[in-house]
Design a protein around this ligand. Sequence first.
Ligand code: ATP
Ligand code: MG
Length: 370
Amino acid sequence: MKTNILMIVISAALVIVMSFILIFVFSLSNPDGIKRLTMTARDVFSGTIRSNDIGIYYFIAWAFLTGTLVLITCLALSTNLARTVLAPINRLKTAAENIAEGELNFDVLTSEDAEELAELCDSIEKIRRRLKENAAREIEQQEERNMLIANLSHDMRTPVTAIKGYIEGIIDGIADTPEKQQKYLDTIYSKAIVLERLLDGMTEYSELELGRMQYAFEFVDITEYLSKLAEEYRTEIETHNLSFTCSLADKEMIVLADKNKLKRVLDNLIGNAIKYNKEGGNVMLTQEAVSSGVMITVSDNGTGIKKEDLPRIFDGFYRGDSARSNIKGNGLGLAISKQIIENHHGKIWVKSEKDEGTQIFVYLPLRRKI
Ligand code: ATP
Ligand code: MG
């Protein structure tokens, strides 16, 4: 566009300048130059040229010089236009070829000269960046899947190996007294329960992931609901030699919830606060009103979570290193809790300091009972 305007402006300027120069030169050499030149122009345009008129030569010279100069200018500008358009088009072509081959580590430079192509360059650059992000995410997801399979096979192999070992013990006669045999059978049974729990967790998790889990929502006074559960939790916590602090709101707060699913969440949060606690530690359950919702917090002053583990603890089958080595669990509790809370239109998040403790926050929106 810029070049087109430039071509018109420069051509017009050249015609005007050339006309002035020739009129000036003709006037110097002919006393009544302007008058004669006007007559010549009139003759040229009316087709009655007189070949002996000196003006005609000036007119031909004007037409030739002006035409040549306009042609040269247009050629120069067109060459420049072709160069400024071709360069970005070539860059775009290379970019498209690279993208088609899956090579995404380059920048599509924007075209400053040809503004019409700048938008196209920007769009292709956006496509390249998005594809690159998707490729990175895919690699990450593949790594997560591999890790998940590795973790799962580890979690399944441990009880299966134990079951196999104890059964061999019975077959080979190592458990040679009824007491020993009973002990072996008890161990086999407890290992089978570990496996069953893992499979139950996997089924529950995949049903949630696939959106197949059925919810039975009802209006629940969360204050009353928590105060009943708190008594159950107190007994459980105290049997682990931990203390329990409970601070609940003193007014009715209605949420729309599936009581069983919500219990599944709280069981896991309290269970984690017990499992990952320290000798003589404390578990705290609090409930408070926040803007248009209720906040339930489960806190402990236990082992805490490493900073690098924090972004992943809500992922399915993810367990912190220390948890993996000696504390029972499948790394599914928080992933399941997150799904359940989000299906209640709520939020769940964590705050934790290594060796100081962990706080898990659950926000649920309040509802008006109809
Ligand atoms: P599951 O709940 O399936 O029996 P789990 O307790 O290991 O197993 P999550 O409840 O999902 O799994 O927790 C994921 C990980 O987050 C845990 O393995 C642990 O590393 C860390 N974690 C969760 N809660 C706490 C806590 N209160 N204190 C310290 N670490 C925690
Ligand atoms: Mg758990």
